[in-house]
Design a binder for this molecule. Sequence first.
Ligand SMILES: [Zn+2]
Length: 223
Amino acid sequence: MRVVFSVFFILLFSQIVFSQELICYLQSLKHRYDHIIETSSEKEILNKSLSEKYRDEIIVALSFFPELKDTRIQFKRKRFFIRASMTSSPSFFSVFRKKEKRKYVISINNRKGLFKGVRLASVSFAGRVGVLGHELCHVVDYESQDFFELIKFGVLYSLSSKEMKRVEHETDLLTLKHGLGCELWHFKKYIFSNIKRSNKYRKKILEFYMTDQDVYNYIEKDN
Ligand SMILES: [Zn+2]
């Protein structure tokens, strides 16, 4: 009897995973990206400084954020002072400048420092677009804040894990609302399928962010 149940659950589980793969099928996403990359123009990446290594992924992710068209964003690979695979923040001096003059930096961990994060090169293109989309959602949020709000945000985020969890969940939700559900799902799925349970980064994702299943439930409800 136990064997029958085990087979039943294995089949049920593989069925769920299979249907998730189907909705977020990488090949059909690729067609969408090829079209975006082919039709993108210099105008769309105006005010942006791209990282050559992830240029195409950045162009695709930016295409989901027309509201950031005029925002200055620098994408930069970094080894020091980065505690995640990717982070985003206003550049130090621009916090003190008018909102229109602010510049944001999205730092991509180059895995040469102490904290390595996820090996982005092993994540699918779609997954990389998903994590870039998450960071761009932080920028959308920073754009809505004035100087004092930004300072308060920074202090609360660094001191309160409850606040960090709230911010990261809302940022994931905003990423989904921007139409990057499958992309975010591919990124999370990579983490939960390929990174050891004891890995600190995986634990952090589990504690502070939506899981791949949370993301998938949203996609399914939305369809
Ligand atoms: Zn985040």
